[in-house]
Every structure is written in structure tokens, then in C-alpha cells.
Design a protein around this ligand. Structure first.
Ligand SMILES: C[S@@+](CC[C@H](N)C(=O)[O-])C[C@H]1O[C@@H](n2cnc3c(N)ncnc32)[C@H](O)[C@@H]1O
Length: 256
């Protein structure tokens, strides 16, 4: 039997008895995952053919400047949520100006898994593996032969934190290095307060002096004040550089 997902997702709990038993089962499965106060959407605009380097937001000049300022910081740079590679492309282009070798990593599960788009809205079928197939090879190519190395981790932020809390192994000059220090992090994966705070709590203690943290979609998606308070309450460790209605940037000015 065909299940009309749109019909199911748009029904509130009060009216689920109007659904067939199968539809009710699907409704309960979804709402157990997401919590019943949420809106569940489907995106169709993500179905256009992926294109390398195409962005989905604004304020990219802020990301560019922050990445450039982070050239003075030691450690790995990160984009959480790579999509079509726009953010990483901009960051890598800045890191190419460094006189030292740099490592930039991308963390993104793709796989069309449910996307935490806002605190109050989650999206199904959002970012497919076809997007990965277009963006990720281009990011490797962009770095080939330069001072910047790229590494892609196809996994969620949480999986990354579980597996690499003690550092990332990298291989160069006939040697294995374990690096657990970060110089620039662009937070643009799941957009809920809980996930963004969790990401901040992972990277903040591992950030080096002069590290830059850049957050996207700081208005309307999640409560960015929670993240800002966490950083700025840290005993003068972080300074805010800018906060617009799209992006916010913080600079690590002290290490404990
Ligand atoms: C808003 S888009 C990123 C846009 C991109 N940073 C840019 O500048 O063009 C969100 C990305 O986060 C990824 N994502 C979803 N859940 C994630 C998770 N738990 N951890 C890391 N990335 C996630 C999605 O696959 C998607 O590519």
C-alpha cells in the first residue's frame, strides 16, 4: 500500500485516528525520532543537480576574512556541513596563502539523512550522496600540489566526536602524526541549539591561540545566545569579532 508521507507529516497528534493503521505506524515512528512539537518538511529545492562551490547562504565574505585571520593559529581547520563545498572552497583558498602546511577537514554524513534544519523544523531527504560525489573530489583536487591538505569524514558531527576525541591521525614525511588542535572551525552542519553547543564544547578546549570560530545562520534557526554565552563566559578566553543576522565570529585570545 502507498503511504502518502506529506499527509502523515502534516497531521497533528489530535487527528491521527483519521489515518490508516499503517499510516499511524509511520507517524509514530517519525515522531518518536523527532519529538511531536516539530515540523517535518521535505525539500525539493535540494533536488537540483549538485554544483561544486555553490553556496546556500550569505555573508561568505565574513567566513573568508575569518579564515584569513586564522592563518596565525596552529592546528586543523574544519567545516562541519560541507554540502556543495562552498565554505571549504573559500577557506582552502585562504589557507593556500600560508607559508606552513595546513590541513582542512570536512565533516558531513550526506546520505539524505534527516536534517536538523532549525530547533523547530527537521527536514527529510535533505542532502544526498550525489552532492558528496560532486563536491568532495573537487575539494581534494583544489588542494592537490598545494600546501593545503584536505580530508573528508563522511559521518555526523557526533560520530566524529566519538571517534576522534583523542585526535586525527595524519600521514606525511614518512611519519604518523596525531593532531588534536584546531585553528579554525566553521559551524554549518545541524542547526539546533543542542547540536551547535555540543560542537562548540568539543572544539573550544581543543582550539589553539588565535583560533577563529565562525557560526552560520545565527538568527531564527537556533538560540545562538546560548553558544555565545558559553564562549564569552569562559573567563576572557574568547572575544567576539562580529555578529550579523547571518554569521557570528569568535576569536580565541587566551589559552588556559
Ligand atoms: C546548511 S548545509 C551546509 C552549507 C555549506 N557549509 C556551505 O557553506 O555551502 C548543511 C550541511 O550539514 C550536513 N549535515 C547534516 N547533519 C549533519 C551532522 N549531524 N553533522 C555534520 N554535518 C551534517 C548536511 O549534509 C549539509 O551538507
Amino acid at each position: 500500500m502507498e503511504v502518502d508521507l506529506n499527509k502523515i507529516f502534516n497531521v497533528s497528534e489530535r487527528y491521527i485516528e483519521n489515518l490508516s493503521p499503517l499510516e499511524q505506524a509511520v507517524w509514530w515512528t517519525q515522531h518518536r525520532i523527532f519529538g511531536s512539537e516539530l515540523t517535518i518538511s521535505h525539500w525539493t529545492d535540494e533536488k537540483v543537480a549538485p554544483e561544486f562551490g555553490r553556496g546556500d547562504g550569505s555573508g561568505y565574505e565574513i567566513l573568508q576574512q575569518a579564515a584569513e585571520y586564522s592563518l596565525g593559529a596552529r592546528g586543523v581547520s574544519v567545516e562541519i556541513g560541507v554540502r556543495e563545498g562552498c565554505g571549504s572552497k573559500i577557506m582552502i583558498e585562504q589557507f593556500k596563502k600560508s607559508e606552513f602546511p595546513k590541513l582542512h577537514i570536512g565533516i558531513d554524513p550526506y546520505g539524505s539523512i534527516p536534517y536538523l534544519y532549525k530547533d523547530t523544523e527537521h527536514v527529510l531527504n535533505a542532502y544526498p550522496n550525489e552532492m558528496r560525489d560532486v563536491a568532495i573530489p573537487e575539494l581534494y583536487k583544489l588542494c592537490a600540489g598545494s600546501n593545503v591538505d584536505f580530508m573528508f569524514f563522511q559521518m555526523t558531527d557526533e560520530q566524529f566526536f566519538k571517534r576522534f576525541a583523542d585526535g586525527i591521525p595524519i600521514y606525511m614525511n614518512n611519519t604518523e602524526y596525531i593532531i588534536n588542535e584546531y585553528g579554525c572551525v566553521y559551524f554549518d552542519g545541524p542547526h539546533t541549539t543542542k547540536t551547535t553547543l555540543n560542537e562548540t564544547k568539543f572544539f573550544a578546549p581543543r582550539a589553539s591561540l588565535n583560533a577563529m570560530f565562525i557560526y552560520d545562520d545565527v538568527e531564527e534557526y537556533y538560540d545562538h545566545d546560548v553558544i555565545e554565552s558559553y564562549l564569552l563566559d569562559e573567563d576572557g578566553t574568547w572575544a567576539q569579532i562580529i555578529r550579523t543576522n547571518v554569521k557570528a565570529v569568535y576569536h580565541k585570545i587566551k589559552v588556559k
